[in-house]
Design a protein around this ligand. Structure first.
Ligand code: NAI
Length: 734
């Protein structure tokens, strides 16, 4: 079985036969170890696939073979899925299909071996690694919190293409397979066992022994029976069409037609249990080939690689990692502080949370208990882990115990004097090498550090709301912040499951600075008489998670007004904002938290959460009277929203606010949800081209409505970088 002809092994690929070893621990048993010498964490690259095919040649020819166990180098090192670099590089559909087919046939040979086969897996087992396991008769998973198994391919804009879309529904039933494949979730040991995705758990040190016992028939596997609803859906085409309609409607609502992968996966998974395997595999290869060369896939894979790179960054010039911060303190138990402390406690970092008032502390504990209880009920954690997570959140109304913290994050009210006072008090109590972090969103880290004894230990650690869900943390380096302090905070962010992006200490840092003009343009469109639903739905159709006016409601008019003022004070006319939000505030409208903003928000009795309702008629009075001077067509609206954001992004690059376009793109997607299928703000800009972007910016700058603004068209004056790029035909990404 040869690799597809159109794809070459890299020159430095290890010699044939070195990536997979066959051990013979006892008569008749082959223990196949996937152990490529060139990778610390193996992936299914071409070399490993080539050698796995060679190993299968040997097994198929072995007359004395009684059982096969497939394992990784170590119990918690199996294979981290397919090689994303290969997915990123393929642009030819026929080749993509051939490569998919190669993987399918390779794993099908495992399924066709005439002896019992067991996959002994552990650690991360995503995508292709899980598909190999699914081809084995039984799967034993290492019982460790680092073990996570599943099929996350749709997150990369593709689908499980090495048999996964066909074998998972056969194994666990169509409904559960749909849930697993369409969400791309990775499951921990207990959840995976309950789902029937794996057959047995084993302590890591016993993994191979138990897998061998199963393979040789010395232990019988637990028998898993699909739940009744799954059996009905699997065998009844009417039930399947019902499920299909429901899921399709949900997907359409969620994807706005921008993500083809889940739809393709839906079709394949739904038909799997009623289609012969070989036919299903052919259809899977077709679908994979189309998706793998799509622009959506390329954008999502690029983002994935950027976020993986961010995880591996060492942050220190000598290549070393930052210091680990095992015990943190959080001051202020409001929306942000409580969120940060709870997250830390869940992720294994002891968090001492303090507030001047008792009520927010009690509320934080209540939410923490509820969330940990939910995790336990869903078998995502075990009882002892849940108990430890509860113990790790410590509450206090004073500052007792903060002297033992490695870092304190302050999340008190957004006032310089209060923040300086709080941090000054802490600096006196804490150890000499302890770090002081601020979650401020609009104050400067340098001004907060002013007057503190060790400004080199003061860092911005800007989380986004809601803390548990937003993947970005801006790590803000003040002028005097030490490198080791930045590195330690970035490492902490990673430990909390976030992606850190290092930013300069400029007003708004990166994300809020980009959001400022975008939100303000939306407000101005509203004043000009454009229907708010229309503005928001255009932005959602563009790929934003919510529209800009919905976002203003969400953020709250008070917070938005404050942020706009500080941006205007720092950057002058181009950040001047419309009076709208101030006027609405003065009229008692606050956005979602007050029940009314651009929309009305009522409490949903079912979920007990505020739900966005109709457009708020009380906002109509802020629409400017008189005739409009421009026609706000869709293209104009989108340009006004997104080209302003792009223009500001170009200025951020000029000023070195982040290291480069890659970091900016990552932050735009992870911090504001900028259309992931577009790969980030600057990748989107590259698809427009600088010349086009420039011409369109200039067109807006000349529009009568814009010229009539008190500050004129300052916002639309193209950034130098854009002008240079337009002249020389440059791109943000090489
Ligand atoms: P919040 O008003 O919900 O919470 C502030 C908490 O700090 C309150 O519980 C208050 O009792 C407590 N507090 C005030 N003074 C204190 C003191 N001297 N010592 C101890 N506790 C004290 O505010 P929120 O929204 O959590 O914001 C906190 C910080 O996070 C602010 O700097 C804000 O700019 C920033 N931030 C807010 C975001 C948001 O969306 N709410 C997003 C990102 C950053």
């Amino acid at each position: 079985m040869n690799l597809p002809a159109g794809i070459a092994l890299p020159n430095d690929a290890p010699a044939a036969g070195t990536c997979v070893k066959i051990e013979r621990p006892e008569a008749g048993l082959a223990l196949v170890r996937l152990d490529p010498p060139h990778r610390k964490m193996p992936v299914f690259d071409l070399a490993l696939m080539r050698d796995f095919a060679l190993a299968l040649d040997e097994l198929e020819a072995d007359k004395g073979l009684r059982a096969v166990v497939i394992a990784g180098r170590e119990p918690l090192t199996f294979v981290a899925g397919a090689d994303v670099d290969v997915i990123a590089s393929i642009t030819d559909r026929a080749l993509a299909r051939e490569l998919g087919r190669f993987g399918e046939l390779l794993f099908d040979r495992v399924a066709r071996l005439s002896v019992p086969t067991v996959a002994a897996v552990g650690g991360p087992v995503p995508g292709g690694a899980c598909e190999l396991a699914l081809a084995a008769r039984w799967i034993v998973l290492a019982d460790d919190k680092r073990s996570r198994i599943g099929l996350p391919e749709v997150r990369l804009g593709i689908l499980p293409g090495w048999g996964g879309s066909q074998r998972l529904p056969r194994r666990i039933g169509t409904p559960a397979a749909l849930e697993a494949i369409l969400t791309g979730r990775l499951y921990g040991p207990r959840e995976a066992l309950k789902l029937g995705l794996v057959d047995r758990l084993a302590a890591p040190e016993n993994l191979v022994r138990i897998a061998s016992d199963l393979a040789l028939g010395r232990e019988m596997p637990r028998s898993f029976k699909k739940p009744l609803p799954a059996r009905i859906v699997d065998s009844n085409s009417l039930a399947r069409s019902f499920v299909e309609r429901q899921v399709r409607t949900k997907l359409e609502r969620e994807t706005h037609g921008h993500y083809p992968a889940p739809f393709a996966a839906l079709e394949l998974v739904l038909r799997a249990t009623s289609t012969p395997l070989e036919q299903g595999l052919e259809a899977e290869a077709d679908a994979l080939a189309t998706l793998a060369i799509s622009p959506e896939c390329k954008s999502l894979v690029t983002l994935f690689r950027l976020s993986e790179e961010a995880k591996k960054t060492k942050f220190l010039a000598d290549g070393s990692e930052g210091k680990r911060l095992a015990r943190i303190g959080v001051i202020g138990a409001g929306v942000m502080g409580a969120g940060i402390a709870r997250l830390a406690a869940e992720k294994g970092v002891t968090a001492r949370l303090s507030d001047v008032a008792r009520a927010p502390l009690d509320a934080a504990l209540h939410v923490h208990r509820k969330e940990v209880g939910r995790q336990l009920a869903k078998r995502r954690v075990q009882k002892h882990e849940a108990d430890a997570a509860l113990d790790r959140l410590e509450l206090t109304e004073g500052l007792v115990g903060f002297d033992r913290c490695d870092l304190v994050v302050e999340a008190v009210v957004e006032r310089l004097d209060v923040k300086q006072k709080v941090l000054g008090e802490l600096a006196r109590r804490m150890a000499d090498d302890a770090l002081l972090a601020t979650n401020t969103s609009s104050l400067s880290v340098d001004s907060i550090a002013e007057g503190l004894p060790h400004p080199e230990r003061v860092v911005g650690m800007h989380f986004f709301n809601p803390v548990a869900q937003m993947p970005l943390v801006e790590v803000v380096r003040g002028k005097r912040t030490a490198d080791w302090a930045v590195a330690a905070v970035a490492k902490l962010a990673l430990e909390l499951g976030k992606t850190p992006v290092i930013c300069a200490d400029v007003p708004g840092f990166l994300v809020n600075r980009l959001l400022g003009p975008y939100l303000d343009e939306a407000a101005r469109l509203f004043v000009a008489g454009v229907d708010p639903e229309h503005i928001d739905s255009l932005a959602r159709d563009f790929g934003m998670p919510m529209g800009p006016l919905e976002l203003l409601d969400e953020v709250g008019f008070d917070v938005a007004a404050h942020a706009a003022e500080s941006l205007a004070a720092a950057y002058g006319p181009r950040m001047h904002s419309a009076k709208l939000i101030h006027d609405a505030l003065a009229a008692g409208l606050k956005g979602k938290k007050g029940g009314a903003g651009f929309y009305l928000h009522a409490l949903d009795p079912k979920t007990k959460k505020a739900k966005r309702g109709a457009v708020n008629p009380a906002m109509a009075r802020f629409v400017a009277p008189g005739k409009r001077t421009i026609d706000y067509g869709e293209a104009t609206i989108l340009d006004q929203l997104f080209l302003t954001m792009l223009n500001e992004a170009a200025r951020c690059l000029e000023e070195g606010v982040v290291a480069g376009p890659r970091e900016l793109d990552l932050a735009s997607v992870f911090g504001m949800g900028f259309a992931p299928f577009r790969g980030g703000l600057l990748r989107w800009a590259d698809t427009l081209g600088a010349k086009d972007a420039l011409a369109r910016l200039r067109r807006i700058a000349g529009a009568p409505d814009v010229l009539a603004r008190p500050e004129g068209a300052a916002r639309f004056q193209p950034a130098m970088l854009l002008q240079t790029m337009a002249e020389h035909g440059g791109r943000f990404h090489g």
